[in-house]
Design a protein around this ligand. Structure first.
Ligand code: NAD
Length: 264
Protein backbone atom coordinates (compact mmCIF):
# COMPACT_ATOMS: atom_id res chain seq x y z
CA UNK A 1 0.00 0.00 0.00
CA UNK A 2 0.98 3.64 -0.52
CA UNK A 3 1.90 6.12 2.24
CA UNK A 4 0.28 9.20 0.74
CA UNK A 5 -1.06 10.29 4.14
CA UNK A 6 2.04 9.58 6.23
CA UNK A 7 2.38 12.26 8.91
CA UNK A 8 -1.11 13.64 8.27
CA UNK A 9 -3.78 13.86 10.98
CA UNK A 10 -7.44 14.52 10.66
CA UNK A 11 -11.00 14.13 11.79
CA UNK A 12 -13.75 11.98 10.29
CA UNK A 13 -17.31 12.88 11.31
CA UNK A 14 -20.29 10.60 10.61
CA UNK A 15 -19.09 7.05 11.19
CA UNK A 16 -22.15 5.03 12.25
CA UNK A 17 -21.28 1.46 11.27
CA UNK A 18 -19.22 -0.62 8.83
CA UNK A 19 -21.58 0.35 5.98
CA UNK A 20 -20.97 4.10 6.44
CA UNK A 21 -19.24 5.98 3.65
CA UNK A 22 -17.12 7.42 6.48
CA UNK A 23 -15.76 3.91 7.05
CA UNK A 24 -14.75 3.48 3.39
CA UNK A 25 -12.89 6.79 3.64
CA UNK A 26 -11.33 5.91 7.01
CA UNK A 27 -9.94 2.63 5.66
CA UNK A 28 -8.42 4.26 2.57
CA UNK A 29 -6.83 7.04 4.63
CA UNK A 30 -5.55 4.69 7.35
CA UNK A 31 -4.03 2.38 4.70
CA UNK A 32 -2.20 5.40 3.37
CA UNK A 33 -0.77 6.18 6.82
CA UNK A 34 -3.16 8.83 8.17
CA UNK A 35 -3.83 9.25 11.89
CA UNK A 36 -7.59 9.62 12.38
CA UNK A 37 -9.91 10.92 15.09
CA UNK A 38 -13.61 10.07 14.89
CA UNK A 39 -16.71 11.90 16.07
CA UNK A 40 -20.15 10.34 16.40
CA UNK A 41 -23.49 11.33 17.90
CA UNK A 42 -25.53 9.40 20.46
CA UNK A 43 -24.44 6.93 23.13
CA UNK A 44 -25.79 4.01 21.10
CA UNK A 45 -23.30 4.63 18.31
CA UNK A 46 -20.21 4.70 20.52
CA UNK A 47 -20.14 0.93 20.85
CA UNK A 48 -20.31 0.62 17.04
CA UNK A 49 -17.57 3.18 16.40
CA UNK A 50 -15.08 1.93 19.02
CA UNK A 51 -14.36 -1.50 17.47
CA UNK A 52 -14.11 -0.02 13.97
CA UNK A 53 -11.69 2.65 15.14
CA UNK A 54 -9.67 -0.05 16.91
CA UNK A 55 -9.31 -1.93 13.59
CA UNK A 56 -7.25 0.96 12.24
CA UNK A 57 -5.50 1.76 15.50
CA UNK A 58 -7.48 4.94 16.19
CA UNK A 59 -8.15 5.87 19.82
CA UNK A 60 -9.51 9.42 19.57
CA UNK A 61 -13.29 8.92 19.58
CA UNK A 62 -15.47 11.84 20.65
CA UNK A 63 -19.14 12.64 20.77
CA UNK A 64 -20.15 15.68 18.72
CA UNK A 65 -23.70 16.72 17.95
CA UNK A 66 -23.39 19.16 15.04
CA UNK A 67 -26.60 20.96 16.03
CA UNK A 68 -24.79 22.17 19.16
CA UNK A 69 -22.16 24.92 18.80
CA UNK A 70 -20.65 24.10 22.20
CA UNK A 71 -20.30 20.46 21.18
CA UNK A 72 -18.40 21.42 17.99
CA UNK A 73 -16.21 23.85 19.95
CA UNK A 74 -15.37 21.15 22.50
CA UNK A 75 -14.35 18.72 19.76
CA UNK A 76 -12.04 21.18 18.00
CA UNK A 77 -10.62 22.49 21.29
CA UNK A 78 -9.71 18.91 22.13
CA UNK A 79 -8.11 18.25 18.73
CA UNK A 80 -6.15 21.49 19.04
CA UNK A 81 -5.02 20.45 22.49
CA UNK A 82 -3.82 16.95 21.52
CA UNK A 83 -2.49 17.57 18.01
CA UNK A 84 -1.93 21.33 17.71
CA UNK A 85 -2.93 21.25 14.06
CA UNK A 86 -5.10 19.34 11.59
CA UNK A 87 -4.42 18.30 8.00
CA UNK A 88 -7.91 17.19 6.96
CA UNK A 89 -11.56 16.95 7.97
CA UNK A 90 -14.18 14.65 6.46
CA UNK A 91 -17.84 15.62 6.99
CA UNK A 92 -20.09 12.62 6.30
CA UNK A 93 -23.07 13.84 8.31
CA UNK A 94 -26.66 14.01 7.13
CA UNK A 95 -30.16 14.04 8.59
CA UNK A 96 -33.73 14.49 7.44
CA UNK A 97 -37.01 13.08 8.74
CA UNK A 98 -37.51 9.92 6.70
CA UNK A 99 -41.25 10.52 6.66
CA UNK A 100 -40.44 13.35 4.21
CA UNK A 101 -38.07 11.29 2.03
CA UNK A 102 -41.05 9.94 0.14
CA UNK A 103 -44.06 11.59 -1.39
CA UNK A 104 -43.85 15.13 -2.70
CA UNK A 105 -41.09 17.70 -2.06
CA UNK A 106 -43.71 20.41 -2.05
CA UNK A 107 -45.13 18.94 1.17
CA UNK A 108 -41.89 19.44 3.13
CA UNK A 109 -42.59 20.90 6.57
CA UNK A 110 -40.91 24.05 7.82
CA UNK A 111 -39.52 22.17 10.83
CA UNK A 112 -37.93 19.39 8.81
CA UNK A 113 -36.62 21.87 6.23
CA UNK A 114 -34.87 23.75 9.03
CA UNK A 115 -33.48 20.62 10.72
CA UNK A 116 -32.31 19.13 7.40
CA UNK A 117 -30.50 22.34 6.42
CA UNK A 118 -29.00 22.74 9.89
CA UNK A 119 -27.56 19.22 10.22
CA UNK A 120 -26.82 18.47 6.56
CA UNK A 121 -25.61 21.89 5.35
CA UNK A 122 -24.79 24.46 8.02
CA UNK A 123 -22.80 21.95 10.08
CA UNK A 124 -20.18 21.71 7.31
CA UNK A 125 -19.66 25.48 7.37
CA UNK A 126 -19.50 25.49 11.18
CA UNK A 127 -16.93 22.69 11.12
CA UNK A 128 -14.79 24.24 8.36
CA UNK A 129 -14.47 27.50 10.30
CA UNK A 130 -13.13 25.68 13.38
CA UNK A 131 -10.93 23.40 11.26
CA UNK A 132 -9.35 26.38 9.51
CA UNK A 133 -8.10 27.69 12.87
CA UNK A 134 -6.12 24.43 13.19
CA UNK A 135 -4.74 24.55 9.63
CA UNK A 136 -2.14 27.35 9.67
CA UNK A 137 -0.13 25.64 6.94
CA UNK A 138 -3.12 24.58 4.84
CA UNK A 139 -5.33 21.54 4.76
CA UNK A 140 -8.11 19.76 2.97
CA UNK A 141 -11.85 19.69 3.78
CA UNK A 142 -14.29 17.20 2.30
CA UNK A 143 -18.03 16.65 2.41
CA UNK A 144 -20.37 14.17 0.69
CA UNK A 145 -23.11 15.03 -1.77
CA UNK A 146 -25.50 13.31 -4.14
CA UNK A 147 -26.84 13.82 -7.66
CA UNK A 148 -30.22 14.84 -6.22
CA UNK A 149 -28.57 18.28 -5.76
CA UNK A 150 -28.43 18.70 -9.54
CA UNK A 151 -31.46 16.86 -10.90
CA UNK A 152 -34.72 15.66 -9.42
CA UNK A 153 -34.40 12.14 -8.03
CA UNK A 154 -37.39 10.23 -6.68
CA UNK A 155 -37.99 10.63 -2.93
CA UNK A 156 -34.81 12.67 -2.36
CA UNK A 157 -36.96 15.78 -1.86
CA UNK A 158 -35.64 18.19 0.78
CA UNK A 159 -32.30 16.35 0.79
CA UNK A 160 -31.80 17.39 -2.84
CA UNK A 161 -32.43 21.01 -1.91
CA UNK A 162 -30.02 20.64 1.03
CA UNK A 163 -27.29 19.03 -1.11
CA UNK A 164 -27.59 21.88 -3.64
CA UNK A 165 -26.94 24.31 -0.78
CA UNK A 166 -24.09 22.12 0.50
CA UNK A 167 -22.42 22.11 -2.93
CA UNK A 168 -22.77 25.90 -3.15
CA UNK A 169 -21.21 26.24 0.31
CA UNK A 170 -18.25 24.11 -0.85
CA UNK A 171 -17.55 26.75 -3.51
CA UNK A 172 -17.86 29.70 -1.09
CA UNK A 173 -15.66 27.98 1.51
CA UNK A 174 -13.08 27.15 -1.19
CA UNK A 175 -12.80 30.87 -2.00
CA UNK A 176 -12.76 32.02 1.63
CA UNK A 177 -10.07 29.59 2.74
CA UNK A 178 -8.09 29.13 -0.47
CA UNK A 179 -5.90 32.12 0.29
CA UNK A 180 -4.57 30.36 3.39
CA UNK A 181 -3.91 27.13 1.49
CA UNK A 182 -7.00 25.23 2.60
CA UNK A 183 -8.89 23.28 -0.05
CA UNK A 184 -12.58 22.39 0.12
CA UNK A 185 -14.28 19.78 -2.04
CA UNK A 186 -17.24 17.42 -2.20
CA UNK A 187 -17.61 13.90 -3.51
CA UNK A 188 -20.95 13.26 -5.18
CA UNK A 189 -21.29 9.54 -4.55
CA UNK A 190 -23.58 7.15 -6.38
CA UNK A 191 -26.15 5.32 -4.23
CA UNK A 192 -24.68 2.99 -1.59
CA UNK A 193 -26.71 0.97 0.90
CA UNK A 194 -26.10 2.63 4.28
CA UNK A 195 -28.16 3.40 7.37
CA UNK A 196 -29.14 6.84 6.04
CA UNK A 197 -29.84 5.58 2.51
CA UNK A 198 -32.26 3.03 3.93
CA UNK A 199 -34.48 5.93 4.97
CA UNK A 200 -35.03 7.02 1.36
CA UNK A 201 -38.19 5.68 -0.30
CA UNK A 202 -37.67 2.90 -2.92
CA UNK A 203 -33.92 2.94 -2.31
CA UNK A 204 -33.45 -0.56 -3.75
CA UNK A 205 -35.09 0.56 -6.98
CA UNK A 206 -32.75 3.57 -7.16
CA UNK A 207 -29.75 1.23 -6.72
CA UNK A 208 -31.01 -1.04 -9.50
CA UNK A 209 -31.71 1.90 -11.80
CA UNK A 210 -28.17 3.24 -11.35
CA UNK A 211 -26.70 -0.20 -11.92
CA UNK A 212 -28.53 -0.59 -15.23
CA UNK A 213 -28.12 2.96 -16.53
CA UNK A 214 -24.66 4.18 -15.48
CA UNK A 215 -21.87 4.06 -18.11
CA UNK A 216 -20.02 1.43 -16.03
CA UNK A 217 -23.27 -0.61 -15.67
CA UNK A 218 -22.77 -1.09 -11.93
CA UNK A 219 -22.93 0.69 -8.60
CA UNK A 220 -19.94 2.10 -6.75
CA UNK A 221 -18.45 0.75 -3.53
CA UNK A 222 -17.59 2.41 -0.25
CA UNK A 223 -13.93 1.61 -1.13
CA UNK A 224 -14.14 3.54 -4.40
CA UNK A 225 -15.44 6.60 -2.56
CA UNK A 226 -12.59 6.09 -0.07
CA UNK A 227 -10.00 6.08 -2.82
CA UNK A 228 -11.37 9.29 -4.36
CA UNK A 229 -11.31 10.87 -0.89
CA UNK A 230 -7.67 9.83 -0.56
CA UNK A 231 -6.89 11.72 -3.78
CA UNK A 232 -8.68 14.88 -2.61
CA UNK A 233 -7.27 14.80 0.94
CA UNK A 234 -3.67 13.90 0.04
CA UNK A 235 -1.03 15.88 -1.85
CA UNK A 236 -2.21 14.24 -5.07
CA UNK A 237 -5.11 16.71 -5.01
CA UNK A 238 -3.25 19.96 -4.25
CA UNK A 239 -4.52 21.64 -7.43
CA UNK A 240 -8.17 20.86 -6.75
CA UNK A 241 -10.59 23.02 -4.76
CA UNK A 242 -14.24 24.08 -4.95
CA UNK A 243 -14.91 20.85 -6.86
CA UNK A 244 -17.83 18.44 -6.73
CA UNK A 245 -16.17 15.21 -7.84
CA UNK A 246 -18.56 12.47 -8.99
CA UNK A 247 -17.86 8.90 -7.90
CA UNK A 248 -21.00 7.44 -9.42
CA UNK A 249 -19.93 5.02 -12.19
CA UNK A 250 -20.58 7.97 -14.55
CA UNK A 251 -24.31 8.13 -13.91
CA UNK A 252 -24.40 11.95 -13.96
CA UNK A 253 -23.37 12.18 -17.64
CA UNK A 254 -26.24 10.06 -18.93
CA UNK A 255 -29.22 11.94 -20.37
CA UNK A 256 -31.35 8.97 -21.43
CA UNK A 257 -31.74 5.36 -20.50
CA UNK A 258 -29.46 3.23 -22.69
CA UNK A 259 -31.06 0.90 -25.21
CA UNK A 260 -29.29 -2.17 -23.79
CA UNK A 261 -30.91 -1.73 -20.37
CA UNK A 262 -33.75 -4.20 -19.86
CA UNK A 263 -37.02 -2.87 -18.52
CA UNK A 264 -37.00 -2.64 -14.73
P1 NAD B 1 -24.62 6.95 7.54
O1 NAD B 1 -25.98 6.84 8.13
O2 NAD B 1 -23.69 5.84 7.75
O3 NAD B 1 -23.92 8.31 8.02
C1 NAD B 1 -24.63 9.49 8.36
C2 NAD B 1 -24.06 9.99 9.67
O4 NAD B 1 -24.60 11.25 10.05
C3 NAD B 1 -24.32 9.02 10.84
O5 NAD B 1 -23.09 8.62 11.42
C4 NAD B 1 -25.12 9.88 11.81
O6 NAD B 1 -24.88 9.56 13.17
C5 NAD B 1 -24.60 11.27 11.47
N1 NAD B 1 -25.43 12.34 12.05
C6 NAD B 1 -26.77 12.53 11.91
N2 NAD B 1 -27.16 13.58 12.67
C7 NAD B 1 -26.04 14.07 13.29
C8 NAD B 1 -25.80 15.12 14.22
N3 NAD B 1 -26.78 15.92 14.68
N4 NAD B 1 -24.52 15.31 14.65
C9 NAD B 1 -23.52 14.51 14.22
N5 NAD B 1 -23.68 13.51 13.35
C10 NAD B 1 -24.94 13.28 12.90
O7 NAD B 1 -24.90 7.19 5.96
P2 NAD B 1 -23.93 7.51 4.73
O8 NAD B 1 -24.71 7.14 3.53
O9 NAD B 1 -22.58 6.94 4.94
O10 NAD B 1 -23.85 9.11 4.77
C11 NAD B 1 -22.65 9.85 4.77
C12 NAD B 1 -22.73 11.01 3.77
O11 NAD B 1 -22.73 10.48 2.45
C13 NAD B 1 -24.00 11.85 3.90
O12 NAD B 1 -23.69 13.22 3.68
C14 NAD B 1 -24.86 11.32 2.76
O13 NAD B 1 -25.83 12.25 2.33
C15 NAD B 1 -23.78 11.11 1.73
N6 NAD B 1 -24.16 10.31 0.57
C16 NAD B 1 -24.66 9.05 0.73
C17 NAD B 1 -25.01 8.31 -0.38
C18 NAD B 1 -25.60 6.92 -0.23
O14 NAD B 1 -26.22 6.42 -1.18
N7 NAD B 1 -25.41 6.25 0.89
C19 NAD B 1 -24.86 8.84 -1.67
C20 NAD B 1 -24.33 10.13 -1.81
C21 NAD B 1 -23.99 10.85 -0.68
Amino acid sequence: SNKLMAGKRGLIMGLANEKSIAWGIAKALADAGAEIAFSYVGDALRKRVEPLAAQIGATEIHECDVTDEASIDALFDHLGHIWGKLDFVVHAVVFSDKAELRGRYVDTSRDNFRVTMDISVYSFTAVCRRAADLMPEGGSLLTLSYYGAEQVMPHYNVMGVAKAALEASVRYIAEDLGKVGIRCNAISAGPIKTLSAAGIGDFRYILKWNELNSPLRRNVSQEEVGNAALFLLSDLGTGVTGEVHHVDAGYHVVGMKAVDAPDI
